[in-house]
Design a protein around this ligand. Sequence first.
Ligand code: SF4
Ligand code: SF4
Length: 324
Amino acid sequence: MKLLAAREKIYVRETTGWYSNWRWASVWLTQLVFFGLPWLNWNGYPLLLFDLAASKFHVFGLLLGPQDSIYLAAWLIMAVLVGGLATVVVSRVWCGFACPHTVYTEIFMWIERRIEGGRSARMRLDQAPWSAPKFRKKALKHGAWVLLSAWTGLTFVGYFTPIKTVLHDFLTLALGPWQWFGLLAYGALAYANAGWLRERVCRHLCPSSRLQRVLTCRDTLVVTYDRWRGEPRGLRNAKSRAHHPQSMDCVDCTLCIQVCPGGNDIRQGFDHDCVGCAACIDACNLVMDKIGAPGGLIRYASQRAIERQHRALAVPSSANGGGK
Ligand code: SF4
Ligand code: SF4
């Protein structure tokens, strides 16, 4: 008897829209900061360098030492408080838009799509027997992932040793043991997490999905499917709408599931595995556009706001016999 269900590979469909644009803006911004900071100087000193060997930390023009670790502690406490507050207000918005794992996964998936094609093409490729073209595509994809992972590993080490020295020592194979360890460990983590583990990191490894259960409440903005508007699903036509008090706007196309990086069906209700990336909102809004219905069947809303709206809609329909 199997105790654990086997993992089904998720083939995420690409989507476009307002939230996707913001997610990509965040990818660019965070990566410009991550890859750019080690190259910048301030008054002849690195802008950000944690020189552990010399116990000197260059932080935006300040030279700090171990005696200043109180500032680091204060900064970490502030970050935790701000992160907690953001979760109370808009649930896992950090996870969906700015978390390094989400950002790397987005970039890795972009590479995968460019080489192996869209969702259906990737499914067909995986089901096809091994052949030269399949091998070439897989080798190209993994080669690109390894190069990107190596570059992120080098950049990470560049926060502890001047980046030009890191690059020179890497090219001449003169890196020290700790630098090799940092490069390989960070690079391997990026490759394994963004290339292979993906949604399993968010679901099982990251504490955020557990913390969300205690930090959110009925007033927290979460990605929500408007059941009142959508159900019963898959029945939308002019005749059935005329005889039903609800809109039946969900055409049961399942696009919201196909674009979800966790394979969630948001229509089953809010799931704490949801990272709040809003890809399902964008996908559903495109469908609503096509069928001429207003957007927002899936949207950011608090549970209380949705319930209030439904109560307000339910009063007139019960008052007149439920006909409208
Ligand atoms: S994308 Fe919208 S219309 Fe399609 S199944 Fe999901 S909720 Fe229904
Ligand atoms: S349910 Fe929607 S918001 Fe949540 S992870 Fe899936 S696509 Fe993103």
